[in-house]
Design a protein around this ligand. Structure first.
Ligand code: PLP
Length: 401
């Protein structure tokens, strides 16, 4: 009989991947499902990036690369950090992995063991707590209320730190809330962190370029240089260049940490796909107009969705600063009943009702650590989004208070 290792019982399958799969299954059964679960841009990868991949293949760049990334891509990553973020990193302070997810996975597995704590502000990207649990560590959640813009405050951070804290995870712009920290807010968190030298910081900046209303992006190591020696800055090409399937992410931090991460990766996946690395190089070094255009399109869509949702009685949402999700409150609907007589008690009941009553697939806030909310992705065309909001309004109208 197959025996699954206990470490696997500590984690759950990714709720967003499961929801996507469920929507595809229901569609295959003939149901007219409108899906708002996507964690990826709906655009195609820009042509010049695909062309670079074709060229790499034609030129025979089809062999194993250095485990931590090709010298050319690492140089492009160093240039990106220098010019866009004012951060100087040498090649031995950079690692390229199979998506930002693998880079985070490497970092946690290399540094966290039983009894260690990792502070994860909630709402959070679903994978952080489970990666920590897989490593044997304990995620410590710091709840960031909607009233505080879903952002960690210095006071909450101070409270969450213990002698066992290994990492603080900061994700800005945030999945699922879209909240982005300003320079001042990062500086205030930095003041606390400077007083706790045993705490390292993992900043996940994967949505850096999807920041709206002309807001300027800031990352911790840049704002508080004293923290650079214990910060791992994570980024990648998935969201900014519509390259989720190419699987390239990168991280930069102290050489000793990067060396350990490369060692781990050398015994798991080795170097990222050589063709994808060539494509990522083209993304970072080529024309950047795609980034600007997609940012504008996402901002317009955000405004459509926020306005439509706030028109629905009982649904409330803030205007996200970045990323492509709206994290809306459904708390006012708790206690209401569906036509079948079921009571909506939590975010999961609400998204099940959306699916059953209106064939609308969204994600329950409980998966992100905040059960009063639900997440919808606006990485879809405006027609699709308007239809989705009509369905949410119709599902709401079916409830009796
Ligand atoms: N970090 C956050 C906050 C995300 O939302 C995602 C993907 O949804 C990732 C990391 C993973 O990115 P990648 O595709 O580079 O692995």
């Amino acid at each position: 009989m197959l025996r699954i290792a206990t470490r696997l019982h500590r984690i759950q399958p990714s709720p967003s991947s499961m929801a996507g799969q469920r929507a595809r299954e229901l569609r295959a059964q003939g149901r007219d499902i409108v899906g708002l679960t996507a964690g990826e841009p709906d655009f195609d990868t820009p042509e010049h990036i695909k062309e670079a991949a074709r060229r790499a293949m034609a030129e025979g760049q089809t062999r194993y690369t250095d485990v931590g990334g090709t010298p050319a891509l690492k140089e492009a990553v160093a240039h990106k950090f220098k010019t866009e973020n004012g951060l100087a990193y040498a090649p031995n302070e950079i690692i390229v992995g199979t998506g930002a997810k693998q880079v985070i996975f490497n970092a946690v597995l290399c540094t966290v063991e039983a009894g260690d704590e990792v502070i994860v502000p909630a709402p959070y990207w679903v994978s952080y707590p489970d990666i920590v649990r897989l490593a044997g560590g304990t995620p410590v959640f710091a709840e960031c209320a909607a009233a505080e813009g879903f952002k960690l405050t210095p006071g909450k951070l101070e409270q969450a730190i213990s002698p066992r804290t290994r990492w603080l995870v900061l994700n800005s712009p945030n999945n699922p809330s879209g909240a982005a920290y300003t320079r001042e807010e990062l500086a205030a968190l930095g003041e606390v962190l400077v007083r706790h030298p045993h705490v390292w910081v993992l900043t996940d900046d994967i949505y850096e370029h999807l920041l709206y209303d002309g807001k300027a992006f800031a990352t911790l190591a840049q704002v508080v240089p004293a923290l650079k020696e214990r910060t791992l800055t994570i980024n990648g090409v998935s969201k900014a260049y519509a390259m989720t399937g190419w699987r390239v992410g990168f991280g930069a931090g102290p050489a000793e940490l990067i060396k350990a991460m490369v060692k781990l990766q050398s015994q798991s996946t080795s170097g990222t796909c050589s063709i994808s690395q060539a494509a990522a190089h083209a993304a970072l070094t080529g024309p950047q107009d795609f980034v600007t255009t997609s940012r504008q399109v996402f901002q317009q869509r955000r405004d459509v969705v926020v306005a439509a949702l706030n028109d629905i009685p009982g649904i409330r949402c803030h205007r996200p600063d970045g990323a492509f999700y709206v994290f809306a409150s459904c708390e006012a609907l708790f206690g209401a009943r569906t036509p079948a007589g079921q009571t909506i008690r939590n975010s999961n009941d609400w998204i099940l009702h959306l699916l059953e009553a209106q064939n609308l697939a969204a994600l329950q806030g409980s998966a992100y650590g905040i059960d009063t909310h639900f997440r919808i992705s606006f990485a879809a065309g405006t027609d699709h989004l308007e239809e989705a909001c009509r369905r949410i309004a119709a599902a709401r109208a079916e409830l009796s208070d």
